[in-house]
Structure formats: structure tokens, C-alpha cells
Ligand binder design. Structure first.
Ligand code: 3PY
Length: 251
């Protein structure tokens, strides 16, 4: 039985006071999270303070991390080891906004996954196709090739803490959500593909989250799908009531 994860990706939202208030409100409800792993990924400026004040039921994650784990001249970056030293547990890598605005490739993302694993940070690897790729029927091929490139340098043993987030790019920030059938179909395909690379036992245990306009009204149905192990939540994670309702839907 895979434990569900609900992760909030706050992206570049909220000034310090309102970020703190939102985080405190989420933490105040943590007794109600049951068996769901809840992760919050605030803007990185707030990470250390949040990690210090988080309850044991709320994990802190970064929205991105450097591919370098050695200290040095990497202006603007922070390492997975630094994240770990503040109490962070997860790092999102390969989000489509990092791919499109910062030109991140799966080769670079593979290095970020390596940096996370070396520092004992759980990587949340994002993959997903564009609208054009979906409409031309190439979505399965595109996602498989992303995963293939990002994960091929690793053994199953190394990737034990990996989480995959399937986020169709056409559903990110657009209000469009994949139908439950589309989500389940892709998740099942991802699990099958991972199984062919790393073995059935590994694939059976690996969590695959759905991301892309997941909200209270569609979360329960999405999370009830056999291969959907929770969600990576964008806009709806910025509102405590919505985020808490999504956590409830995962229980
Ligand atoms: C979204 O739901 O918009 C996301 O990008 C989550 O990462």
C-alpha cells in the first residue's frame, strides 16, 4: 500500500507575513492529516524558517535545487546539502516552468536528482507533455523519453526515495485538468515503463503524483485512481481551505 503524498508548490507567491500565516494555518491542522504525507514547498527564502517551525506531520521541500553539491562560486544557488541542513526533506526538480523559463534539460535534471540523493533529500521529479505533444498523440513517447534520460544513470536501489510527478504542461496554471482516465492512463504507463527499467518491485512501491490544476472539486476522483498516489498542487495550495480539502481527499 503506497502512502499518499499531497505537496504544495507555492511557486513565486506570497510575501513573508502572508506566507507565514498560511504555513501556520496548515500546521495547525496537521493532526487531521492521517496517513497522508504533506509537503509544502514555499519560495526558498522562507525554507529555513518554515523547516524550524514545521510540525512533524508537515515536511518542507524546495521548488528546485542546484545540480552542484560542493560549496563554491554558484551565485544564486543553494545545494541539496544546504536544504538538508535546514531541515528540508524534499526537492522538486524538473518542473515544466524550470524547463521552459530556465532551459532545464533532463541531463541537468539528472544531475539535480543525483545531488538530492547524495544529500539524502527526496527528489520529486516532474515530467509531462505539452498540448501539441498530447494532440499529436506523442504524450506517452515524450514522457517516457524524459524519464529515460533523467533516470538512466541510476540503479533501483539509489532511487528508492524518488517520487515522480506527472504534470501535463497544458494543465498547469490553465484551469484545465487531465480527466481521471487520462491521468490514470499516463500514471499506469509511467509505472509500467519504470518497471521495465528498474523492476516490478521497485515500480510497485514508487509514488506517482498528479499535478496540473488539481483542486478540491477534482482531487478525490483523481486520487481514487489505482496509480495516482497524491498530487503536486499549484494554485490551490495557496489557499488553506483548498489545500486542506485536497489533503482530506487523499485520506
Ligand atoms: C500546478 O498545479 O499548476 C503545478 O504546476 C504544480 O506543480
Amino acid at each position: 500500500m503506497r502512502k499518499k503524498i499531497v505537496a504544495g508548490n507555492w511557486k513565486m507567491n506570497k510575501l513573508s507575513d502572508s506566507a507565514k500565516a498560511l504555513f501556520e494555518e496548515i500546521c495547525a491542522h496537521s493532526q487531521q492529516f492521517g496517513n497522508v504525507t504533506v509537503m509544502v514547498a514555499p519560495p526558498s527564502l522562507y525554507l529555513a524558517a518554515f523547516a524550524k517551525s514545521a510540525t512533524s506531520k508537515v515536511c518542507i521541500g524546495a521548488q528546485d535545487v542546484s545540480a552542484h553539491n560542493d560549496e563554491g562560486a554558484y551565485t544564486g544557488e543553494f545545494s541539496a546539502a544546504m536544504l538538508k541542513s535546514t531541515g528540508g526533506r524534499y526537492a522538486i526538480v524538473g518542473h515544466s516552468e524550470r524547463r521552459s523559463y530556465h532551459g532545464e534539460t533532463d541531463a541537468l535534471i539528472a544531475k539535480k536528482i543525483r545531488a538530492c540523493l547524495d544529500a539524502e533529500i527526496n527528489p520529486v521529479y516532474c515530467c509531462g507533455e505539452s498540448l501539441q505533444e498530447r494532440e499529436s498523440g506523442k504524450h506517452v513517447q515524450v514522457v517516457q523519453s524524459q524519464i529515460n534520460e533523467a533516470l538512466s544513470g541510476f540503479s533501483a536501489d539509489e532511487l528508492k526515495t524518488l517520487v515522480i510527478a506527472y504534470e501535463p504542461v497544458w494543465a498547469i496554471g490553465t484551469g484545465k485538468t487531465a480527466t481521471t482516465e487520462q491521468a490514470q492512463e499516463m500514471h499506469a504507463d509511467i509505472r509500467q515503463f519504470v518497471s521495465s527499467k528498474f523492476g516490478a518491485d521497485f515500480a510497485k512501491e514508487m509514488r506517482i503524483l498528479y499535478g496540473g490544476s488539481c483542486k478540491p472539486s477534482n482531487a478525490k476522483e483523481l486520487f481514487s485512481q489505482k496509480d495516482v498516489d497524491g498530487g503536486l498542487i499549484g494554485g490551490a495550495s495557496l489557499n488553506a481551505d483548498d489545500f486542506l480539502a485536497i489533503i482530506k481527499a487523499a485520506q
